[in-house]
Ligand binder design. Sequence first.
Ligand SMILES: O=C([C@H](O)CO)[C@H](O)[C@H](O)COP(=O)(O)O
Length: 213
Amino acid sequence: MARPLIQLALDSLDVAQTLKLASLAAPYVDIFEIGTPCIKHNGVSLVKELRKLYPNKLILVDLKTMDAGEYEATPFYAAGADICTVLGVSGLATIAGVIKAANAHGAEVQVDLINVPDKAACARESAKLGAQIIGVHTGLDAQAAGQTPFADLQAVAKLGLPMRISVAGGIKQSTVQQVAQAGANIVVVGAAIYGAPSPADAAREICELASAA
Ligand SMILES: O=C([C@H](O)CO)[C@H](O)[C@H](O)COP(=O)(O)O
């Protein structure tokens, strides 16, 4: 089994802190995620800056688009995003719009299942539309209420869809192997890296654990 890709969630609002964290973790992560609060605060210029600094890294822009899919996502793909996210709850027309924008730029789409009531149906429909990645995600507010993404990950993996599976929601050193073994192709890690005393050491540990899963 290939090791899952490690995606670092850059969730600070501050550009200098974001770039510092990116540089510390760069040797150990495959994807830089510009998190939703960060992209709302800093906009498309941060995508351009990261693209210039890291021409060989994958960049995911966590737009969590809810409407106007093609219109909203297009400038982010044009700025160098490899992947943009769209909410599963937005509906099929919006998801199709982001897929159209991605296709126009040779890029990819992740459909985020956060708060989707029927996750299996949404994942199946997203695959049919041509989305490449399905995101099993317990958001920060749901995590604070004690929720985790593990049961949803198992249920989505069982569907056997022709899409890569991303998992996010409080993943850390003690759970990275569990989610890799459950079928995650992309493991998203935010707080366990940026909140660690040494973000570089935490990113390295997570990468090593994923490789050994
Ligand atoms: O996507 C995220 C959240 O919804 C805020 O936008 C986080 O980046 C994602 O949950 C990963 O962070 P951790 O849960 O801290 O690992």
